[in-house]
Design a protein around this ligand. Sequence first.
Ligand SMILES: Nc1ncnc2c1ncn2[C@@H]1O[C@H](COP(=O)(O)OP(=O)(O)OP(=O)(O)O)[C@@H](O)[C@H]1O
Length: 443
Amino acid sequence: MIRFDHITKQYPGTTRPALNSIDVEILRGEFVFLVGASGSGKSSCLRLMLKEEKPTSGSIHVLGQNLRSISNRKVPYFRRNLGVVFQDFRLLPNKTVYDNVAFSLQVIGKSRGFIQEAVPDTLQMVGLAEKSHRFPHELSGGEQQRVAIARAIVNKPQILLADEPTGNLDPTTSAGIMSLLASINAAGTTVVMATHEAGIVDKMKRRVIELSGGQIVRDERQGGYATTAINTIVSAADAAASATALANGGLAPVVVSAAIAQAASEALTYPSIPIPVAVPAAAPAEAPAAASWAENMAAEQAQQAELAQAQHELQARAEAQALAEAQAQAEAQAQAEALAHAQSLAQQAQALQVQAQAAALAAVAAQAQLSKPAQQPVPAAAADVPSAEPTLPDESGRSMTRPAFPVTQHEVTEQLTLAEKLGLRAPGASPDQTGEQIVGPTR
Ligand SMILES: Nc1ncnc2c1ncn2[C@@H]1O[C@H](COP(=O)(O)OP(=O)(O)OP(=O)(O)O)[C@@H](O)[C@H]1O
């Protein structure tokens, strides 16, 4: 079902390979634990099985297909046969339990009728039928992982890959999840699970493949977590023999490499005896393909990108609106200030006008004072002040207009001759050239 032949995987920029010449085969219907220290290569194995990564050398067969021969275009279709579960659940937060599970079917184009039948069945299986309308944040961690498992198996994949599925859960909840995975396996799905949980591995007593430094250091049937002995090495050829045996309907023999069989025999916790391997009935031809995790994730990422874009646009719109409002407010304030300024100027102008009028009146009054008998002194300050032509009341109360001329001292002190004063000569007429005073009526 899954076969690694001399697989080496070295990531770019690293000096040591993450996986170093791995040979292993996992048979149909097996439940296999991948164990090992952090960095030993467990997740790399799962990613290679999914064709998320390509091996540096060697070949991988999954479901009878050489992964190297699957074009990128066909990878999504290949992945429909695999379900994937992760430690951090990776549910769509804005979708209900039902919609999270249904979504993986929608993205691969399943009919509404199929979805309406498959989703409730699967939720029933994982014990969440009653909570199908809840959102992920309304569920416990264990319940969220059940949703993730439901999503991974709703299309009945032949292989379920689980990377630390109980890593975020307490022991009791983990036990429930393991029980669920065991029942899924019992129904015929091959399960490969990477884990650090010794208690789970010890209790389940399934096949254990231990990695260390990118190499398989243990491959044990019905193994425990803590066993460090290398008791069984299953080579590709050995596995092929096992597969043949299975295909013939027999039990899968564990073929022990002769070189290590003796050394291992003393340390075996679980004897390497042939064990029955559940071989599921072949899936019906019309059985629906499973939604791949990669597709789900791609769709999820696209949706999240869409959400982020929408949020970005909303924020930009809100900012633009706030800016427009601030501008409008600033303009209104500027207008109000301009208006207030204009009013202030108008008031000042009015005050100045009043002052000017008062000054003009004062000037006129001063001139009126000056126009009285010439002997009266004229205030020096008013002497040079020109003025408009004010209208003043005369003695009879009628208005009269008087041109406003500068008043000079000369005019004030002007002396009439005696003849002029007596009316014997017109003011300004020349006296007689003879020097005689001519007495007579004026002309
Ligand atoms: N994309 C990558 N680029 C470079 N190195 C990587 C990459 N992915 C994994 N590695 C390295 O490959 C090695 C194996 O990593 P891997 O994730 O497979 O280990 P693991 O056993 O799953 O670890 P853990 O239990 O911590 O998840 C590690 O040394 C890791 O640093």
